[in-house]
Design a protein around this ligand. Sequence first.
Ligand code: ACM
Length: 268
Amino acid sequence: MDVKVGFVQTSPMLGEVEKNVESALLLASSKEADLLVFPELFNTGYLFLSKDDLAKVAEPIPNGPTTERLMKFASEHSVSVVAGIAERDGRAFYNSAVIISSDGDYMGKYRKLHLFSTEKLVFEPGNLGLQVFDLGKIRVGVMICFDWIFPEVARVLSLKGAHLIAHPANLVLPYAQTAMLARSIENRVFTITANRIGCEERGGKKLCFTGKSQITSPDMKVLTRASEDLMEVGVVSIDPREAENKNITELNNLWEDRRPKEYYILTR
Ligand code: ACM
C-alpha cells in the first residue's frame, strides 16, 4: 500500500501569523500527498521573549484561525496534516501540534513534553501524554523537536502502534537529523522531521535553524532530505506495513526481545 508522506520546510517571520500560514500552504500545495508535516510553531516563529509577547499570537486549538485554516486546506487537498502551533488555553501556553485528517476533521493535539532552553520561560510542559492518531492509511505518532533527545518518546509512540513519527521541529543543534535515524531503526518506524530555516535575533539572542528536513525508514535510510537554506516540500511514497515488521534478524524481534524488568529505572 503506497502512502505519500512529506514535510514542508518553511521560513516563518516572527509574529506574522497570516503571512506565515499562507506562504506555507502555498508551498504545500505544490506537491500531492496523503500526509504533510509542518514545522514546530510554523505559524508564529520561535523566539518569544515573554509570555506577553507570546500572548499576542498564541491561539486556542481547535477553535483558532490557524487550525481552522489548516482544516480547510486539508479537506480541499485531501491531505492529513500535522503542524506546530503556539497554543493558548486560558492563561497557559503550550508548544503544540495539531493533527487533522484528510477530510479536514480535527483529530486532536499534542503538547510538547520536553521544552528546550528558554521555551521553559513561556510555555507549560505538555500534559496530554503521547498519542498515536489513526489517519486511515497510516497510524501517526507525534512528538515535537527536543523530544527527539529522549528516546523513550519515540519508543512509547512505536509501542502504541505508530507506523510513522511526525516530528515538527525548529532545530538549532546539529544532532537531531542523525539521531532520528537511530529512532527509526531502534523502533523500526518511519519518521518525518519537518524543520524550518532562517535565523531570528531578539533580546541579544540569535538562533539559526538548521533545515535539512528529512524522512527516514524503518531500516535506517534517509528517503529524502531537504537543503539547509531553502523552503522546500519533500514527499516520498512509503508502505506503512514495513513498520509492522519488528524483526531485525530471523531470531531477533524488537518487541519480543525486550527485557522490561531490567529497565525499571526508566520510570522512576
Ligand atoms: C527545539 O526543541 N525547538 C530545539
